[in-house]
Design a protein. Structure first.
Length: 368
């Protein structure tokens, strides 16, 4: 599977964490089913927002990226998110990205505009099959999410950048397309195709990537290979704060690292997020942590008893819940029910507390 990784210009917030927690659950469910999971995640270590932030705070863009990548990976490890098989940066992948862009150009689906290379949306046969949006909605989102519908000279306002020719003061690399740097969507199509091949199992990220990112990325792969990039897409609901999507550009962020500095245990943060189904958008509020903290306490109390009620049905219920479109709230409810019985009625099975602890640890990633 492939999950779109961070643009490292600000530390990991709870929205990012929720997205990677979701892919972690997929990883755990697949591993539990006996699969070897090859999991690739990119790092957008060169892009406009990173360059703008670096300029604004007066640091080198590479130093900013390295610093934020370290914070992100440290937070992910603390949250016990199993790392991808490989993290792949854009800077280290410029050759394979420009090769894919050149392959697309050679099919005739791209055209040049003042030295930049654009994918022609009218040449994408299944354009819209991922997002199912109207043209108006597409134009609106394209403008909001890194696109340039207003640029003069394009054949279709939805045409998107594959390769951006060098601009004064911006980093650039030599390529068959001239000196410049990759557009955004092509980085993920190229890295995924290189590492996972065509038609891999699962591609995804947060729901803000459905359009344009995943629609345009899928069109690139289809153009180059004749088939889909991935058989399935998974998109995670946005985590919000104060009525808005939590986003780096809005600045309404709750950082995992800040919560950890304040002494919040990572297991508690993880359980707070698991209480929400991955597909539903939700709001972070101050009530999240006390509820999760109480839950973890009860689970710990129940699993530290010398014996308890048989935990095998609880393991089966957790597996069944996760198999049902990653129903993590359902999985938590199954653990709650076992813990409540253990604490109120008790039980004589001396292996039950160990099995319950292992279930929560392995399938939900929560250390008790
Ligand atoms: N580098 C690109 C993907 S190639 C990017 O979108 N980076 S990001 O840093 O902005 O986001 C990283 C991941 O977190 C993406 O999958 C994005 O969809 C997800 N994400 C961002 N904000 C939120 C949020 N508020 N709630 C849930 N997921 C989010
Ligand atoms: Zn991506």
């Amino acid at each position: 599977m492939y999950a779109c990784g961070i643009t490292p210009y600000d530390a990991a917030h709870l929205g990012h964490a929720f997205t990677y927690l979701t892919f972690d659950l997929v990883n755990r469910v697949w591993r539990d089913a006996g699969h070897d999971v090859d999991y690739v995640q990119n790092t957008t270590d060169i892009d406009d927002p990173l360059l703008e932030r670096a300029e604004a705070i007066g640091v080198d863009w590479r130093d900013l990226a390295h610093r934020e990548i370290d914070v992100f990976r440290d937070d992910m490890a603390a949250l016990r998110i199993i790392p991808p098989t490989s993290y792949v940066g854009v800077v280290e992948s410029v050759d394979l990205i420009s090769d894919l862009a050149a392959r697309i150009r050679d099919t005739g689906a791209a055209y040049e505009l003042d030295g930049d290379l654009y994918f022609s949306a009218d040449e994408a046969p299944e354009f819209g099959a991922i997002s199912h949006l109207s043209r108006e909605e597409m134009l609106d989102l394209f403008g909001q999410r890194g696109g340039d519908p207003q640029r003069e000279g394009k054949k279709n306002p939805l045409d998107w950048l594959l390769w951006r020719a060098e601009r004064p003061g911006e980093p650039a690399w030599d390529s068959p397309l001239g000196r410049g740097r990759p557009g955004w969507h092509i980085e993920c199509s190229a890295i995924a195709l290189d590492r996972l091949g065509p038609a891999f199992d699962l591609n995804g990220g947060g729901s803000d990537l459905i359009f344009p990112h995943h629609e345009m990325g899928a069109a690139e792969t289809r153009c180059a290979t004749g088939g889909p990039n991935a058989h399935n897409h998974l998109h995670v609901g946005m985590v919000g704060l104060d009525g808005e999507k939590m986003s780096k550009s809005l600045g309404n962020l709750v950082f995992v690292s800040k919560l950890r500095e304040q002494g919040v245990e990572p297991s508690v943060i993880r359980v707070a997020m698991l209480a929400h189904h991955y597909r539903s958008p939700w709001e972070w509020t101050d009530a999240e942590l006390p509820v999760a903290c109480e839950r973890v306490k009860r689970w710990r109390a129940a699993t530290s008893l010398g014996s308890g009620p048989d935990a095998a049905p609880m393991l089966a219920a957790v597996r069944a819940a996760l198999a049902e479109d990653l129903d993590s709230p359902g999985a938590l409810a199954a653990v709650d029910a076992w813990a409540d019985t253990a604490l109120t009625v008790g039980g004589t099975d001396t292996s039950a507390p160990g099995l319950a602890r292992a279930t929560v640890d392995t399938l939900l990633g929560v250390e008790l």
